[in-house]
Design a protein around this ligand. Structure first.
Ligand code: HEC
Length: 282
């Protein structure tokens, strides 16, 4: 299924209005499912649209060219693609953007899931369809990942400007589907360290790792059936989080040297806390 039926979108809008009124996100029913093996792994997903092959609604959009300081290729680049706000309007309908509390999720072919709050849909992000610095028939410059090379095709989200300096803009590549999702409710805890750990986890880790099946699938699930703190020593876990290469050669996980001791302690406290919050597996 590539398009969300119109009636589902109306249902979704009603759901979102209800959520807004309550000021506390709740799980919504999933209204569409993927037909190509990209599992809907989050109960909070309210719509899912496959982008590969491209839905007809995309072909009517105007493309534009943007110059960016590309943090993935680590150089200046120029891309052609669609404004992400136009894409959201085209594939989900204009009602979707009236729900600023919803997240746009970029689902990648390798299991990476990047999140952009709907309120930032019009911040100038471009869903690139090709790199204009290489010949048109080539479309992309190969990207090195560890020992391998791959292409960021079919879509790569790029940002010509950092409009909100407080936001960490996501640059997901190999984007194959878009979703709308309600942010997960935060865990109930009176412990400020656990709460901080959850914030850091959502920002830096949930793109690749799921907890209770919610999150990316590029890295392993970290809570069910066995929580990672049940088989890792806290000391090694702390080393791994900041620098995976010190624990495992050729790790696919990036290093997080920017995390302070307080952040790493909070992550471990959060992971430990989640041991008591496991979802049942069917
Ligand atoms: C770009 C994807 C990516 C991100 C972001 C990421 N990881 Fe990982 N992580 C992986 C992969 C892939 C593995 C699997 C083992 C490997 O390749 O080293 C892994 C392994 C792990 C493991 C070991 C799990 C096990 O069962 O042995 C832990 C714990 C972990 N990551 C925690 C984190 C935390 C905490 C963060 C956030 C600070 C994080 N990861 C961010 C990709 C990622």
């Amino acid at each position: 299924m590539t398009e969300v039926p119109r009636c589902s979108l109306i249902l979704m809008a009603a759901t979102l209005a209800a959520v807004g009124a309550q000021c506390s996100p709740r799980h919504a029913e999933t209204v569409s499912s993927s037909g190509s093996g990209h599992a809907l792994n989050s109960a909070a997903v309210v719509a899912h649209v496959e982008l590969d092959p491209a839905p007809v609604s995309l072909s009517t959009l105007r493309t534009r060219r943007v110059r960016v300081d590309d943090p993935v290729y680590r150089t200046q680049k120029e891309y052609e693609g669609y404004d992400i706000g136009d894409v959201v309007d085209a594939v989900f309908g204009p009602d979707a953007r009236r729900s600023p509390q919803i997240d746009i999720v970029f689902v990648c072919s390798d299991g990476y899931r990047a999140t952009l709050p709907m309120a930032h849909a019009r911040d100038g992000g471009v869903l690139a369809t090709r790199d204009v610095s290489v010949p048109a028939d080539v479309r992309w410059q190969p990207l090195r990942q560890g020992r391998e090379y791959m292409l960021p095709a079919p879509y790569y989200l790029v940002w010509p400007a950092q409009r909100d300096p407080a936001l960490q803009y996501p640059w997901p590549y190999r984007v194959v589907a878009l979703e709308l999702a309600l942010p997960e409710p935060k865990v109930r805890t009176g412990d400020a360290t656990v709460a901080h750990g959850e914030d850091v986890f959502r920002r830096d880790c949930a793109t690749c790792h799921a907890i209770n099946l919610q999150g990316g699938t590029l890295g392993p699930e970290l809570n069910v059936p066995i929580n990672v703190t049940e088989y890792w020593e806290p000391k090694t876990l702390r080393i791994l989080i900041r620098n995976p290469a010190l624990v495992r050669a050729s790790s696919k996980m990036p290093a997080f040297p920017q995390l302070g001791d307080g952040d790493v302690d909070a992550l471990v406290a959060y992971l430990t806390f989640m041991k008591g919050q496991k979802v049942e597996l069917h």
